[in-house]
Design a protein around this ligand. Structure first.
Ligand code: HXC
Length: 257
């Protein structure tokens, strides 16, 4: 499939999606959101893929929703068509997703990164929710995911002032998993993705789902759900291979066709 706003490729068991509207700093428009949906759905269906990396350019991961597309919309347009309701492809992906973020990750761009399971940031990354400066509020989970990830103090600061924070601050307050020099960003992100993709796929998908549920469930429910999932993995080839390999002092070979 050819895309207008994305470059999509497969590297071994890793799916790579590069946002490709560089002149607009990868601003997210409806075409890009539809194409993201298609690309993530393809990778989700493909058993040969164990992890997805999403990235942008060195200057911008994504500078937010496309303000040119948004500006003329009325309440009725946005409400009737449920504007942006399906801009949640990374959050829906059952495979682990890594956002490799360089440059601006603002508004919808920050929210897209936060929908991913790991954020690996280049040292030039800048995160922010500047919607308030446009007379609106975040609409893709910014107020909710930011608050859960960083707590009220930082979330209020970012959402109410619209200021940007750099990669170092983002790591300090728990928004990003790792900060690396810009030149190493894709190498580090791809290595992490390859490591994840080399694990038993059912275990990886289950692990992702369990950590996600930690945000949604009361502790007792989360612990019960974890125990059930833990038991269920004893029905997989991955559990047999992983433990047998340990006992035989060799590396496990998961995901053999
Ligand atoms: C449309 C955008 C854009 C955006 C940048 N561009 N951000 N176009 N929508 N969100 C375009 C500019 O118009 C310009 O095109 C080109 O990209 C380069 O941008 P400059 O402003 O010239 O670059 P610079 O001076 O380096 O400033 C970079 C920037 C600034 C600080 C990132 O562009 C900026 O503030 N952008 C808007 C950020 C923002 O408010 N994002 C939140 C959007 S609301 P031309 O053709 O003029 O050269 C949102 C809602 C989320 O995301 C709700 C859920 C999705």
């Amino acid at each position: 499939m050819t895309y207008e706003t994305l470059i999509v490729e497969t590297v071994g068991r890793v799916g790579v999606i590069r946002l490709n509207r560089p002149k607009a700093l990868n601003a997210l428009n409806s075409t890009l959101a539809e194409e993201l949906r298609a690309a993530f759905a393809d990778f989700d269906r493909n058993e040969e893929i164990g992890c997805v990396v999403i990235t942008g350019t060195e200057r911008a991961f994504a500078a937010g929703a496309d303000i040119k597309e948004m500006a003329p919309k009325s309440f009725i347009d946005t409400f009737t068509n449920n504007y942006m309701a399906n801009w949640d492809s990374p959050a829906r992906s059952r495979k682990p997703t890594i956002a490799a973020v360089a440059g601006f990750a603002l508004g919808g761009g920050c929210e897209l990164a936060m929908q991913c399971d790991l954020i690996i940031a280049a040292d030039n990354a800048k995160f922010g929710q500047p919607e308030i400066t446009l007379g609106i509020v975040p609409g893709l989970g910014g107020t909710q995911r930011l608050t859960r990830a960083l707590g009220k103090a930082k979330a209020m600061d970012l959402v109410l002032t619209g200021r940007m924070m750099d990669a170092e601050e983002a790591e300090r307050c728990g928004l990003v998993s790792r900060v690396v020099p810009l030149a190493e960003l894709m190498d580090v992100a791809m290595k992490a993705a390859e490591t994840i993709a080399s694990m038993s796929l059912p275990a990886v998908m289950t692990a992702k789902e369990l950590v996600q549920r930690a945000h949604e469930l009361p502790l007792a429910e989360g612990l019960r759900f974890e125990r059930r999932a833990f038991h269920a993995l004893f029905g997989t080839d991955g559990q047999r291979e992983g433990m047998q390999a340990f006992l035989e002092k060799r590396k496990p070979q998961f995901n053999q066709p």
